[in-house]
Design a protein around this ligand. Sequence first.
Ligand code: HEC
Length: 594
Amino acid sequence: MKTMRWFAALPLLWLAGQAWAVNPGQVVDNFRLLDQNGKSHELYYSSDMKAIVLMVHGNGCPIVRQAVPALREIREKYQGQGVEFLLLNSNLQDKRDDVAAEAKEFNVDFPILLDQSQLIGEQLGVVRTSEVFVIDPKGWKLVYRGPMDDRLSYEKQRPASKHYLTDALDATLAGKPVKVSKADGVGCLVNFPERERRTTHAQISYSKQIAPLLIDKCTACHQTGGVGPWAMTKYDVVKGFAPMIREVVRTQRMPPWHADPHYGEWQNKRGLTDDQRKLLVHWIEAGAPRGTGPDPLLGVKPDTNEWKHGKPDLVVEVPAYDIPATGVIEYQYPKVKNPLGRDVWITAVEIHPGAKQAIHHIIAQDPVVLNGQQRGGGSGGGNLAGFAPGMSPVVYPADTGVLFPKDADFVFQMHYTPNGQAVTDHSKVAFYFREADNPPKYPLHLTALVDFRFQIPPGAKEYGTTVSRDITRDMLVYNFMPHSHLRGKSGTMRVVYPDGKEEILLNVPKYDFNWQTVYEYKEPKKIPAGSKLVWNFNWDNSTQNPGNPDPTKAVKWGDQTFEEMGIGFVRFRYLDEEVGKPAPAQVTKTASNN
Ligand code: HEC
């Protein structure tokens, strides 16, 4: 009751009919946001749903706190009928930890999508919290916006006479038009500072702001001869792609970067900040004006260096392989005699695929010799470096390296994926090394957290496994690399410290098979002996996963892309190990599997 007086003082109406808003009948563009727990939600993923309900959330807002139980009741009523319920928080002041804490305190068991850039709330024309948006996935049209019902508050003693939300849902589920598609209600105001500045967005300078941002974040790939499908060569091209750029920025598809920014500082981070996202989208929404000043994109010189990491110390040619036009090819493990005749320490590897279109990946295997026999084939083996589309040269951290003994040969794992045209592959691998009399200070190791025994049920939208590893020696972790195939969905690496405290080290909420990203720490992370690393990985074997080769199949571990993996690779060194100094304890295998 103590909030009643405050309610009475609230202005009751939402500002209706804004210029910058989606009205019933209009399309809600796709977007992707993380929720308070770091899970990814993309609107258009839910195309199998019959309706999507999005309620505007805000921390500290009593109306939201009262609306949540009412929304929960409605969710219960529509259980099993294909209605998805989400909350959207566009409050500038609400940080994720605070939202998660309040959600816990008030038992908010809905995903709260965090719209820190405010781009989604801006497009929807959000004004106050507790407004609900009902979206019909058939055509992605908004069918209702307004309060859940006509109560001024959601206190039980004031029964509602109009049930806007359930009426809208009943109509939508029945495939009928929604009678009342808009209504006014109460809520706490959400501050959208850019709304007032909207008219100034046309003054965002292409020359001084936009093009430099594109050069910083995009043209490494989107240049002539680059891996991006189109080259950002000049303003006209960018203007032409502007709606598409808006889409890939809103869905966070570009730049390709799949780690949750909430955890870890990564030196190779490719994502945009919220401010950069806003700048790009606001400029595009203002018509992507050219403005004045020179076009910096004209000055972008394509990178024509054959080897991005510089002149190699050794280039190894992978034996030529005839890839047929069709069929499934088992992994190949070609071996090349080591021409060096001396021990060296590998410090970097750059892999150049030959028949790019028909290569899924290449791995330069590690030189571990077991029982006098070099480890050759087999999955899960250690590797020096891998290549998959989108990967850069693999450069080991300063002062580290991997010993490549003179009696080891170069072994590669080649995964060819025929793509309709018979081609011959001539791949090349460049090695960069230090001589044995000038070794790096620390030997580098790789380990893999991996479950081989999972079985993903057909159609499962999310199915996961968790594996853990006891850490018996202090280690310094340099990077993580999740590896999975087309059904890979998300992965999390956690550490449980000896005192029981837990920390999330890496969260990849939307794994993308096309980008085998290595997440490189800015500052390597110390994991003390007695800790446990815990790797959780999830797959999406449903029809909603556009990459899924066959949602009707139960899927197990396997090398081929239609089979699955869900590995968490960890590259590290032992804190008490140095090259040339006797190891104080037994050295665990450089790569080991559960
Ligand atoms: C690391 C390389 C890389 C970077 C950096 C990168 N892109 Fe891309 N981009 C690609 C690749 C490869 C594709 C095609 C495959 C895909 O969509 O994942 C693509 C696709 C796109 C598309 C979609 C084309 C279509 O029709 O599907 C757009 C638009 C785009 N990028 C814009 C951008 C923008 C804007 C940036 C910078 C903010 C950026 N990209 C940064 C590699 C990159």
